[in-house]
Design a protein around this ligand. Structure first.
Ligand SMILES: [Zn+2]
Length: 216
C-alpha cells in the first residue's frame, strides 16, 4: 500500500531527525521541497530552468511550478511506495493544489503528522548548537561538546553560534511558524488527517509513535 505522508513541525521540533528514521523504516522517500528545488534546478530540465529564473530574481516560485515538480517526482520509481513531504504545503492554496495532484494520481494523503513541541524545548535544543567557522563541523554544547571549549576538535577553528540559533531569533521563528501553520493544522484536522506527535528528547519515542499509528 502506498503511504503518502506530510510532516509539519516548528523549526527545532526534530522534523529532520524523524524523517531520516521514518522513511527507510517504511521504504518511502523523504521529499524536502528545499532539496527538491535545488535538485530540479541542478538537473537543467525545462522546469528546472523556469524555477531557476524565479529563484535568481529573488521571487517566490509560483505554486503551480512547485506542484509540477512534486507531480513529476511522485512518478519516480523511488516514490512508488510513498513519500514523506516536508516543507510543502505551507498555505491552504498549496494544500488544495497538493490534494488535487494526489487525487489525479489516485494517491490520497494517508496522514499528516504534526510534530508539536514546546518553545522551551526548542530553545534548549537550538541555543546550544555551535559549529566550526572554518570546517563547518557541528557541535552541541550539552550532547556533543568539543574537547576544548570554543575550539573545533578537528581543525582548531573557532566555534560560533548561528544567527538563526540565538534565543531571540528562535522565539520569533517559532511564533511565525505557529501563526502561519495554524490554518493548515485546522485544514487537515477537518479532513481527519492530522495526527499530533509530541516531540521528545528521545527521537525513538516519536518514531515509535508514528510507526504504531501507521500499523494500526
Ligand atoms: Zn573545524
Amino acid at each position: 500500500m502506498t503511504q503518502d505522508l506530510i510532516i509539519l513541525g516548528a523549526p527545532g521540533a526534530g522534523k529532520g531527525t524523524l524523517a531520516v528514521d521514518l522513511c527507510p523504516a517504511l521504504g518511502i522517500k523523504h521529499i524536502s521541497t528545499g532539496d527538491l528545488l535545488r535538485e530540479v534546478i541542478a538537473s537543467g530540465s525545462p522546469l528546472g530552468q523556469e524555477i531557476d529564473g524565479y529563484v535568481k530574481s529573488g521571487a517566490l516560485v509560483p505554486d503551480d511550478l512547485i506542484g509540477r515538480m512534486i507531480k513529476d517526482t511522485l512518478a519516480a520509481d523511488a516514490c512508488r511506495q510513498g513519500i514523506l513531504l516536508d516543507g510543502f504545503p505551507r498555505t491552504i492554496p498549496q494544500a488544495e493544489l497538493l490534494e488535487k495532484i494526489l487525487a489525479d494520481l489516485g494517491r490520497p494523503i494517508s496522514a499528516v503528522f504534526y510534530l508539536s513541541v514546546e518553545l522551551d524545548r526548542v530553545i534548549r535544543r537550538l541555543v546550544n548548537r555551535v559549529s566550526c567557522q572554518q570546517c563547518g563541523r557541528p557541535y552541541h554544547l550539552i550532547n556533543l561538546p568539543p574537547r576544548q571549549a570554543g575550539i573545533c576538535d578537528v581543525c582548531g577553528g573557532v566555534l560560533r553560534q548561528r544567527e538563526d540559533d540565538k534565543e531571540e531569533t528562535i522565539r520569533k521563528r517559532f511564533a511565525t511558524f505557529l501563526e502561519k501553520t495554524q490554518p493548515l493544522i485546522d485544514f487537515y484536522q477537518n479532513k481527519n488527517l492530522l495526527v499530533e506527535v509530541q516531540a521528545s528528547d528521545d527521537p525513538q519515542v516519536a518514531l515509535n509513535f508514528v510507526l504504531k499509528y501507521l500499523a494500526r
